[in-house]
Design a protein around this ligand. Structure first.
Ligand code: AMP
Length: 210
């Protein structure tokens, strides 16, 4: 299988699972959230366009995200396969994805209760350089404020606050749930219970990839 798509609510563990899959299966991880946050950090035109949508917990317009993904998928490092984290989030993005590249694919829907997801998001810390994910309670960086992997600055994401999180859940239900149903109808969707420790969830996901 060439393409693996991770679906799930904000805080369901897509990023963490994507990192583990990248490490063990030699897949390239493509996170549109990371790409957009990098664009904001570099103060590029794309970043300036995306910033307010992201900070309020809304979706960045389809045209912009689709173009970023098209560019990323044209690079030559994807022969071993790739895992998508946070894309597609709308039906228009799903359609664009099959037009950009039609390949063998599997989608994994990581299901977690909203209360557990919100708790994770509000205690999450993220490296602003490499995107590595930490948690104040369950997985703090070894040195406070510094990434174990790249020594970048570890901090709360601008959209990991109560108001933006509420909006992200609303948008997820309205715009992304239909996309998950679409992959269900395509018969390429697997469901995984994403509650509890990351290592246990990952064991279940591994079984679906291998
Ligand atoms: P994430 O890192 O996946 O939680 O994404 C953080 C934010 O980036 C989202 O709340 C959106 O504002 C934006 N974003 C990421 N991926 C997409 C996408 N596929 N379509 C639209 N907006 C996106």
């Amino acid at each position: 299988m060439k393409r693996l798509i991770l679906f799930g609510a904000p805080g369901s563990g897509k990023g963490t699972m994507g990192d583990l899959i990248q490490r063990d299966f030699n897949y390239a991880k493509i996170s549109t959230g990371d790409i957009l946050r990098n664009a904001i950090q570099q103060d590029s035109t794309d970043g300036r366009q995306a910033k307010s949508f992201m900070e309020s917990g809304g979706l960045v317009p389809d045209e912009l995200v689709i173009e970023l993904v098209r560019q990323r998928l044209s690079r030559s490092d994807l022969d071993g396969g790739y895992v998508l984290d946070g894309y597609p989030r709308t039906l228009a993005q799903a359609e664009a994805l099959s037009n950009i590249a039609s390949e063998s694919e599997k989608a994994i829907f990581i299901e977690v209760s909203e209360s557990e997801a919100v708790e994770r998001l509000l205690s999450r810390l993220t490296c602003s350089e490499c995107g590595a994910i930490y948690n104040l309670i369950s997985k703090p960086p070894k040195t406070a404020g510094t990434c174990d992997l790249c020594r970048g600055r570890v901090a709360k994401r601008a959209d990991d606050n109560e108001e933006a999180v509420r909006q992200r859940f609303r948008v997820y239900g309205e715009r992304t749930m239909p996309v998950i149903e679409f992959y269900g109808h395509k018969k390429v969707l697997e469901r995984v219970n994403g509650g509890g420790a990351a290592a246990l969830v990952y064991e279940k996901i591994k079984g679906l990839i291998a």
